[in-house]
Write a protein that binds this ligand. Structure first.
Ligand SMILES: C[S@@+](CC[C@H](N)C(=O)[O-])C[C@H]1O[C@@H](n2cnc3c(N)ncnc32)[C@H](O)[C@@H]1O
Length: 277
């Protein structure tokens, strides 16, 4: 088999779980904004990502899919400026709330999508562009080209390994496809085909936040899974009854869930040669 001829972008596109309707996507993330990565449920992921990034004080960082500032907020005290770009106005409202509460002056929120013309929104190239857990695009190649165009010295992204933050047993229980395989490996290969030599690291941890009770666990999974059919809802309730237990006074998965993210960083080449025909 001629390896350079494999179309990794197409494999990526076929494996994407959601339709890429901008409105639905925005509404999905708006609904998750109240609880997503708020201080009370920050995971070990943040410190590990920042350790790999090694921020420098002179950097201006463009944080694509910044949410309510999971990384933008801790980055703000370590770099000179952060531009936080996100499709969800509710996420950005959370970010602004935190900036006000903590008197953070060097984060500029921009409501925009991967698809928008960033330049026309006043976004210029930054030393570093990050897209952490936010490469939510059908066209991976186009996204990589865009990241390269807006970074002068480094691009750093994280991509799920296997099902990433999703519980594969839960997905199976409710009858949704459990997409393992076409994950970060598409990105590694596509970058290679585009002539970009990325460093690869992994962040792996056990999800241990847990929930107050079964009802809270149900609501959290419902938010993450998006709209559920009646059958899926019933299967989710059943799964939570059998797959979860009370531990340390929290409602937790019987077997802690290991979550793994691949972190890839590279030096941008604006017109990276592509070996695909
Ligand atoms: C899983 S969160 C990751 C947030 C943060 N970067 C982190 O690592 O915690 C994904 C974020 O990407 C944003 N997002 C999803 N689709 C997007 C799009 N098409 N354009 C811009 N942002 C998008 C969501 O609103 C959400 O805030």
């Amino acid at each position: 088999m001629d390896l350079p001829l494999i179309d990794w972008n197409e494999i990526w596109r076929k494996q994407q779980p959601r339709t890429f309707d901008e409105e639905r996507n925005r509404s999905y993330w708006n609904k998750r904004a109240k609880t997503f990565s708020r201080p009370e449920n920050v995971s070990p992921y943040v410190d590990r990502f920042l350790n790999l990034l090694q921020p420098e004080p002179h950097w201006r960082v463009l944080d694509v899919g910044c949410a309510a500032g999971t990384l933008a907020v801790p980055l703000a005290s370590r770099v000179c400026q952060v531009t936080g770009l996100d499709i969800s106005p509710h996420m950005l409202a959370g970010l602004q709330e935190t900036c006000r509460a903590q008197n953070i002056q060097n984060i500029r929120p921009v409501e925009a999508s991967w698809n928008d013309d960033w330049q026309s929104l006043g976004i210029e190239p930054h030393e570093v562009v990050i897209a952490s857990r936010s490469v939510i695009v059908p066209d991976l190649r186009q996204a990589i080209v865009k990241l390269n165009r807006f970074a002068t010295s480094k691009v750093c992204i994280s991509i799920p390994v296997g099902t990433g933050p999703f519980d594969p047993l839960l997905l199976r229980a409710i009858g949704r496809p459990c997409r393992c395989g076409a994950d970060y490996i598409c990105v590694v290969n596509l970058l290679y085909q585009m002539g970009l030599r990325a460093s690869l690291n992994f962040i792996t941890y056990e999800e241990e936040s847990g929930y107050q009770d079964e009802a809270e666990a149900f609501r959290a999974h419902q938010r993450r899974l998006g709209e559920l059919t009646a059958d899926e809802e019933q299967a989710l309730r059943q799964y939570l009854r059998t797959g979860y237990i009370r531990r340390d006074d929290r409602w937790q998965r019987a077997e802690p869930l290991r979550v793994s993210w691949a972190v890839l960083d590279w030096s941008p080449v604006p017109e990276a040669p592509d070996r695909l025909p």
